[in-house]
Design a protein around this ligand. Structure first.
Ligand SMILES: [Zn+2]
Ligand SMILES: [Zn+2]
Length: 389
């Protein structure tokens, strides 16, 4: 089979690999019909995720039809159309029983290594390094789905791939960020990052009844898309987000701040980003948390900081004093996809949201290397790429 393959920083190629087979009774083999490139894939592309090996297959946003199924995955049959959540969940451990699927104790084959780094291990993820199970990803013609009986969502008849594909990650991720931020009727929310996750945070805040939503980004087409959805936008290359938010909120500031950027914030030339660039280049820091620092400064006293953007290992100059003095609450983590996906599927079915609004680029698997570059460099107004193997 053909698959998007890691060859080092900035070097993803489409290679030929052996077809996957059933390795465990709870496995299923999927023929991938659609897969998307995610901002989190760029963290591997840009060399921020450790424990990647040449030959690893990328991709954690994918769906398809069941091609083969193990004897233990009794609720699946050949031909079923399914969306696969990027967090692999056993369905029966302490964490899965309380729907904290991203904390699953059973699905990460590299649990020991990750526990050494983080104190305890979290769930296995598709196509996301040898800290998260080393599972082959789904930017491929076929993929093996472990714990398939509890790691899938069936696609109702009549729905297209593009309508449901983003239930794999970015829609539940945006939704969880808004729920974590305690967004409800009347909320004032500021969202950093108007990329794919930021757009779904915004949609989710609207679905949850938020009143005022401010989106901070410096990419014009992303800001335009946010405004078209009803948000007010702030371009940090034109105005300091803190000053702009103080001004529009009459000094109250937003009661929820959401960092949908994560560890590769580029920060429009501000001083702390120059510091972070030096520190990350010399491996003394594993991310550039400019947005997180700014969000903490912009949060209302007693407010919530919600972080759907990915962070790994350690960052510097975390303003713990501001967070402490303002009594902020922090919520973060990988997404418990299967906790939210059924609710979100209903929103799509009822026509309250059409997730296809985000797709700007489509291609085949062989187009992946070129489309990764386009997406990374935000060229050609690229916001979201869907590949059909
Ligand atoms: Zn993703
Ligand atoms: Zn589990």
């Amino acid at each position: 089979m053909r698959a998007v393959t890691y060859h080092g920083t900035g070097d993803f190629r489409v290679d030929t690999h052996p077809d996957p087979g059933i390795e465990h009774p709870r496995d299923a083999i999927l023929r991938v019909t659609s897969t998307a490139i995610c901002g989190s894939d760029l963290h591997m592309y840009d060399g921020f995720i450790p424990a990647m090996k040449t030959g690893d297959i990328i991709g954690h946003e994918f769906m398809g039809t069941v091609e083969a199924v193990g004897a233990g995955a009794t609720n699946l049959k050949v031909g079923d159309r399914v969306v696969i959540p990027f967090t692999i969940a056993c369905g029966s451990c302490h964490w899965c029983r309380q729907k904290s699927f991203s904390l699953c104790d059973e699905s990460n084959r590299d649990a020991e290594t990750l526990a050494k780094l983080n104190g305890q291990a979290s769930a296995g993820l598709f196509g996301y390094s040898h800290l998260y199970g080393g599972y082959a990803g789904g930017q491929a013609e076929f993929v093996r789905v472990p714990f398939a009986d509890t790691t899938h969502l069936k696609v109702p008849d009549g729905m297209t791939d593009e309508q449901v594909l983003f239930l794999t990650d970015i829609f539940p991720t945006g939704w969880q960020a808004a729920v974590n931020a305690e967004v409800g009727p009347g909320s004032t929310v500021a969202i950093w990052g108007a990329g794919p996750v930021g757009q779904f945070v915004l949609k989710s805040c609207l679905l949850l009844g938020a009143e005022d939503i401010y989106v901070i980004d410096d990419v014009p087409e992303r800001l335009a898309l946010a405004r078209a959805q009803g948000a007010k936008t702030i371009d940090p290359s034109e105005a300091k987000p803190y000053d702009a938010l103080m001004d529009i909120t009459d000094g109250m500031m937003p009661d929820a701040v959401i960092d949908a950027v994560g560890l590769e914030s580029h920060g429009s030339g501000v001083l702390d980003t120059i510091y972070d660039r030096v520190k990350t280049a010399t491996f003394q820091e594993t991310g550039r948390p400019h947005v997180l620092r700014e969000a903490i400064m912009c949060a209302r006293k007693g407010g919530v900081v919600s972080i759907p953007g990915v962070y790994a290992a350690i960052v510097d100059k975390f303003p713990i004093g501001a967070a402490f003095a303002k009594a902020l609450t922090f919520r973060m983590g990988q997404t418990d996809v299967m906790k939210h996906a059924p609710t979100l599927l209903e929103h799509i079915q009822e026509g309250r949201i059409d997730p296809t609004f985000l797709i700007t680029h489509r291609g085949g698997l062989e187009d992946a290397p070129a489309l990764y570059k386009t997406f990374r460099d935000k060229k050609d107004d690229c916001i979201k790429v869907v590949l059909t193997p």
